[in-house]
Design a protein around this ligand. Structure first.
Ligand code: FES
Length: 151
């Protein structure tokens, strides 16, 4: 499938912008166009864009704030240590702060800087702060350089 066809299939008519409060050197004023297809999380990122540059390296991540139908989603997109692209909520399941990061320790985990909770890449809690409350994980799908993040 050609890139344009893929984007069109995602509902290009309802495009909206993503902003990247990026933790690893992204520009503050960058925006990416995305294409929602439902009320849930569903957007694309062009990995060739400058804003996605941290995802070129294993262990790199970006923070994405997207809006859709007046609902806001804060999401961390990362390239894990095996080179796979993964995504999780930036909102910690412990007390709801927007402090989830991806760190390369322990094989690559999601980490909340507020109270130091850690989550496996499947969202499972790895310490006492959040034993009964996993981190929300999103699906990812790569088509060429276009990464789709969705529920
Ligand atoms: S809010 Fe994340 S560990 Fe407490």
């Amino acid at each position: 499938m050609e890139r344009k066809e893929f984007l069109r299939s995602l509902g290009a008519g309802a495009a909206f912008a993503l902003m990247f409060p990026c933790a690893q050197g992204c520009s503050k004023d960058g925006e990416l166009e995305t294409f929602p297809v439902s009320n849930g999380v569903d957007f694309t990122i062009d990995l060739d864009s400058a804003l996605a540059a941290p995802l070129a390296n294993n262990g790199g991540y970006i923070s994405v704030k997207s809006s859709q139908d007046l609902t806001y989603f804060d999401i961390v997109v990362a390239r894990n240590l095996q080179g796979e692209l993964i995504a999780a909520s930036k909102i910690c399941s412990h007390q709801g702060t927007e402090e989830i990061r991806f760190i390369s320790e322990d094989g690559g985990v999601f980490h909340c800087t507020t109270h130091q909770s850690r989550f496996a890449q499947d969202g499972t809690s790895l310490n006492l702060n959040t034993t009964s409350n996993p981190l929300k994980i999103f699906s990812t799908e790569l088509d060429g350089t276009i990464l789709r993040v969705f529920e």
